[in-house]
Design a protein around this ligand. Sequence first.
Ligand code: GLU
Length: 279
Amino acid sequence: MAFRTRFAPSPTGPLHLGHAYSAIVAHDMARSQNGAFLLRMEDTDLQRCKPEWDAQIIDDLTWLGLRWDEPVLRQSEQLTAYDPALKKLAARDLLYPCSCSRADIRAALAAPQEGVAHEVYPGTCKHRPMSDRKPGDALRIHLERALDLLSDRDVVFRETGPRYEGTHHIDPKQALDEIGDIVLSRKGEEIVAYFLASALDDVAQGITHVVRGEDLFEFTQIQVILLALLDMPIPTYHHHGLIRDENGKRLAKRDDARAISKFRAEGATPADIRVMIGL
Ligand code: GLU
């Protein structure tokens, strides 16, 4: 199968060195394999994503010399595209409505959860049937039930990144302990959330290799679980190392100090950026 990859930023801030690295790695992999490189804006969070950031990201990527082989896909322009998948999961009794706020979740957890990178939902609304869904409720996956349905299958994904290279088998216990019942459709907006939208679009765009930072590795298993539940093909993943600041901290969206636009304003060339990120 011809190699197809993508860069999938969320336009909630400027493109910084970390994004540039990710985009260039994916782009260069595609070019070296005679494959395709696509650009997808993951902008379903209508509060935080801004058209100005979208435009700036495109301008910066173009300045860096990157070209994509198909028109940019914007998730905000196809918000109903995710409904069939949500319906299918609901029909298999794998979703439940949730009205918890972040404060409710924190109160129910009482103590911080050790060793997990994100809060595992404590299950407050787990007993609620879909028929009880109120306007404004989020939808969560009932992960135990989902894993039960997959229990007679060995669900695997292939990883080619330096840190986790190999074949990974989904470990139900680890998924339950570390990921839990994530939100698939956000509270108050009836809009699909990142995990599902991103995995579905990888399939819809025919992505054979998902190239992205290793900070997203731990979420790969939930995306693979979702694809398996929906009988969809599972791409190969390549999680690359992260660009860190001088203190070893990974760069964040808010890191305007390392925004590509700032380096551009100071007269840097695209070649200088490649040197800065070690390429
Ligand atoms: N949109 C996600 C982000 O900007 C990346 C998603 C992905 O590459 O799978 O963090």
